[in-house]
Design a protein around this ligand. Sequence first.
Ligand code: ADP
Ligand code: MG
Length: 722
Amino acid sequence: MLFIGVSVKKAAASKVLAPDQAVVAPVAKVVAKSLAQKALEKLGLRRDIDLALHLPLRYEDETRIVRLEDARDGDMVQIEGQITHSEVTFQPRRQLRATLSDGTDTCVLRFLNFYPSHQKTLSVGALVRARGEIRGGFIHREMVHPSFKLAGGELPGALTPVYSTVAGLPQVYLRKAVLGGLARADLSETIPPIFIGKNTPCGIQSLGEALYFLHHPTPDVALATLEDHTHPAWQRLKAEELLAQQLSQLQARRVRAAMRAPPLFSNGVQNTQCSLHDQLLERLPFHLTAAQQRVGSEIAADLQKSIPMHRLLQGDVGSGKTVVAALAAARCMDAGWQCALMAPTEILAEQHFRKLITWLEPLGVKIAWLTGSQKAKERREALAMIASGEALLVVGTHAVIQDKVIFKNLALAIIDEQHRFGVAQRLALRRKMGHEGSKMTDGGQEPHLLMMTATPIPRTLAMSYYADLDVSTIDELPPGRTAIVTKVVNEARRDEVIERIRSQIAEGRQVYWVCPLIEESESIDLVNATETYEALSAALPDTLVGLLHSRMSVLEKKAVMGLFNDGLIGVLVSTTVIEVGVDVPNASLMVIEHAERFGLSQLHQLRGRVGRGAAASACVLLYSTGDAPRLGETARARLKAMVETNDGFEIARRDLEIRGPGEFLGARQSGAPLLRFADLETDAEWLAWARGVAPQMLDQYAALAHRHILRWLGGKAEFLKA
Ligand code: ADP
Ligand code: MG
């Protein structure tokens, strides 16, 4: 019901166009069209089926005219009547007021922004149809900025859909495009009828019917069932979507099952007493926890198979994942194959490197170190050691997956903090086996893959998004750890926090002070950390305070980390570079500045830097409300969760609750297309149905299954789960 466009066209037509304008007009049209095309692509609407699956956010009811005497305040209604009065007033500010009367009552249509065309259409005597929210105005009932047009013309027979859109894509254009896509798309059934039993509510509709209905619902439908997605047509779509997700994951799993990986037995070792694995175990200064032993054997069982392992090792911060990884690496090396360990930051990679050197070098293992910052000569040497197979273990950052890195015989790839890597990077590491020079060059070869994360995946997500992954969980912390006490403190009480630092230092402990990343702006970020560093240095004259941030060179960072590791630095001020994996057991206090700006998982990760030794540890969450009187709701929920629990699984569950699966997973890290229609909480039954149907469908109706995946996931399916 937009008239501006119409009147502009009329205006253009009534004018005689200058010669250059006559050329400009069609060009403008083409430009507008290509802009709209771009906007459609931005929404991911490329194929007809994508358009057909772009479902309305809500509907407008233009099928009925409501009599003014029947309209209640607050109702969204369409009214029709004659304009009896129309004026532009300046009280209290410039506005257009047109009074519409339908014989039962009157209503003022009020516009604070308007064009001359508005005035023209709403001139006295005109018969007008208007739609908007009716309100009891000061004196008259009114509609503010209603949509309107001249009365006449048939009322539509279906509700008018409103779609989510982006700038440059007007609703009218999008509506046309969607309906066009719906008409052209192949909507033939892909789910065999036997899977749609009588007890499944979607049995009553086909996909085509459901889609057609959702794009043009009849006016008699209970709008609420469309809006809360309980209508059978919606149920049908949720079921289809979940089935597509399960099918694609199952397919990924089967593709992998058809691949080959070297089964890793310690056949290279004559006497298993001398295996690296057992020697390493012997040399550890602690005993493995029962959980570590259990996940260790789960991994060992996978490694002995000739299909590639695809396992996620999840365990809370500090649960001891590194040693499990080292033992898996040892098994791989015992079998005579190479292993690579990749970590997301140089600090973390270096820490692993050092630890592995102390553990494994005395046993005669050569470890190569790869990072983006190393000198060319050092890099060349490392590459040579890797290519010749002299280095059985390779540790590094993203540098490990560069093209130049050629393994002699990679059989196990370990990715620490896997959520920090993108899908493409994980894929690249898996492909390292197929390289020329690798022992196994025939196609279909993959290394075993072990991914580690301290951000556990809640069960519902594991069953849906990660259905093609095997999961091992370390569910206990090494003994002797004391729970970390977490306090939320207003920034105004900074001095008390500094006092606390002083007492920790006096006891010989060390402290982290983390400053946030402010809107990804590194420079402000830096000022913040630098200022804190200076303030703390001044407040603690007898203590060496260190500063760590992303602008420092790798050498500088290393030097600072080294001093902190050795206990010489008492307080380490840092931006979030220390977030993942840093391990200094003597640190017992973690202060997080502007804690309200961090995500829940991130806060938990940061907190996990302390509580690693036997000393009682604490975490102080300093918050500031800025100019606001109090913290926002989600920020409060996050801080509350931190105080209430130390359990990473509970934290993950609450994080999912606060953020929803989309943000929790992040499209980048999961690589999985997010569910658009189904909701894992409310549609658990559909998820169960899809899990049951997927294997049967893949076995008995492979072609239909393939079409189903393609329809729903398009080209994204093959990108699933690197
Ligand atoms: P994360 O799971 O967060 O990666 P780490 O592997 O860094 O944890 O281990 C945390 C600390 O616990 C390290 O100092 C590690 O040496 C130590 N650790 C690991 N396993 C045990 C154990 N079974 N007993 C005692 N300490 C352990
Ligand atoms: Mg770790």
